[in-house]
Design a protein around this ligand. Structure first.
Ligand SMILES: [Zn+2]
Length: 148
């Protein structure tokens, strides 16, 4: 279960971390990045951030994906809270693809908190009702990347 007081106290820090990395920039007219920033707080107490990339041809990825990649580089998978912020400071719920990715990286993440406003967060599970990964694997163990 998610440590609610820890997430509540970390919420301003997480929002600030996500906002600190975002800021729209373009190298060309058809390329932009950083219009959304994301921050992840792991159960290990670490914060990872990422920015989105948007290309005119439709390729790109969300800021949450970039933050998850940073988290995986540190061999962590268990998320306590996640937030995404636009360059204008608006908090954004994760898209369906990011919700699914967060859940599949580690089924325990169904209980991570998605920060939707300065005073509102909901468990990922509430954004993915009837999820097919509703329960952890039968072994009760989630394989940590790099651990054998
Ligand atoms: Zn997304």
């Amino acid at each position: 279960m998610t440590n609610l007081p820890a997430v509540k106290s970390a919420r301003p820090t997480l929002i600030a971390a996500a906002q600190a990395v975002c800021g729209r920039f373009g190298l060309r007219e058809d390329f932009s990045a950083g219009s959304v920033g994301a921050a992840i707080l792991t159960v290990g107490g670490n914060i990872y951030t990422g920015i989105c990339i948007d290309l005119a041809c439709g390729l790109g990825f969300c800021a949450e994906v970039a933050a998850m990649a940073e988290m995986l580089k540190a061999r962590e998978t268990h998320i306590m809270a996640v937030v995404a912020v636009s360059a204008d400071g608006e908090l954004l719920p994760p898209c369906g693809r990011c919700r699914e990715t967060i859940a599949q990286l580690d089924p325990r993440n169904l209980d991570c908190l998605v920060i939707l406003a300065n005073d509102r967060a909901v468990p990922l599970r509430a954004l993915l009702p009837e999820h097919w990964l509703a329960e952890p694997p039968a072994s009760g163990q989630v394989r940590t990347p790099g651990a054998e």
